[in-house]
Design a protein around this ligand. Structure first.
Ligand SMILES: [Cu+2]
Length: 284
């Protein structure tokens, strides 16, 4: 029965893939069991990444099918039994030109949307809000430089303390909070080793490098909690420094800001650093 339900889930997902983008997408903001595709998109950039992904999938499928057909023709028509005296032809200029020019055209057709997407990702539109994310062994801390001078640490909730609905290995004590439909400029740096700030549903992933300030941006179009994980192997607790972004309405965000300014006014990062340091000495 279990095997059947898995098969059904697989069939449903595969059906969705052939039906096109969207239908089979599971897991808004977090992975889901038996997920086949990318996580559901929550930003315009991720929409474009998903579109490009499916475009490439069709290109790859067409090329694979074409090569398969050629192989089958060779197997059937030119095996030793069907074709006992093979041709000694070694050159065919028109075909050689064709198999050079056609791949060049295919690569050009891929390159144009690929570069367009890269520029969309790299050119930050005028931001409504800036958040600075600092990767540390092994948690993230967030500050809101244009909304008051506060910073807070975001540590994973251990499995035994999980509340109902909180996903294992992804839930954190203090989420990064941002307003919906606003351009958020994310400054990313590392405090000790290289980490990577990644949120799949937002289509963002950028290295957090000590001594360097990287930046990226997103504009979340749906409210909810969106999870990601550190994506650069950074030491023994690399798997336990998730990223949780709570997207809320603008009024809720302003309320949260007022509370956050009070809550995090006293610098508690020293306490968190002490907790993290007590876990283990730094692993390079
Ligand atoms: Cu890390």
């Amino acid at each position: 029965m279990k095997a059947f339900s898995r098969l059904a889930a697989f069939a449903a997902s595969a059906g969705g893939v052939t039906a096109g983008a969207g239908a089979a997408w599971a897991g808004l903001g977090q992975p889901s069991p038996w997920q086949m595709d990318l996580q559901e998109s929550a930003t315009p950039v991720m929409d474009q990444i998903a579109g490009f992904h499916f475009f490439l999938l069709w290109v790859i499928a067409a090329i694979s099918a074409f090569v398969l057909v050629l192989l089958l023709i060779v197997i059937v028509r030119f095996n030793a039994r069907a074709n006992p005296t093979p041709s000694r032809t070694t050159h065919n200029t028109p075909i050689e030109i064709l198999w050079t020019v056609v791949p060049v055209i295919i690569l050009a057709v891929i390159a144009v949307p690929s570069f367009r997407l890269l520029f969309v990702e790299l050119q930050v539109p005028h931001p409504d809000l800036t958040v600075k994310a600092t990767g540390k062994q092994w948690f993230w801390s967030y500050s809101y430089p244009d909304n008051g001078n506060f910073e807070f640490s975001s540590l994973m909730v251990p499995e035994k303390d999980l509340k109902p609905g909180q996903p294992r290995l992804l839930a954190v004590d203090n989420e990064m909070v941002v307003p919906v439909n606003k351009v958020v400029h994310v400054l990313v740096t590392g405090a000790d080793v290289i980490h990577s700030f990644t949120v799949p549903s937002f289509g963002i992933r950028i290295d957090a490098i000590p001594g360097r300030m990287n930046d990226t941006w997103f504009k979340a179009t749906a409210e909810g909690v969106f999870y990601g994980q550190c994506s650069e192997l950074c030491g023994k607790d690399h798997s336990f420094m998730p990223i949780a972004v709570r997207v809320v309405s603008e009024s809720d965000f302003n309320k949260w800001l007022d509370d956050a300014k009070k809550k995090y006014a006293t610098d508690d990062s020293a306490a968190h650093d002490a907790v993290a340091a007590a876990r283990t000495p730094a692993v390079q």
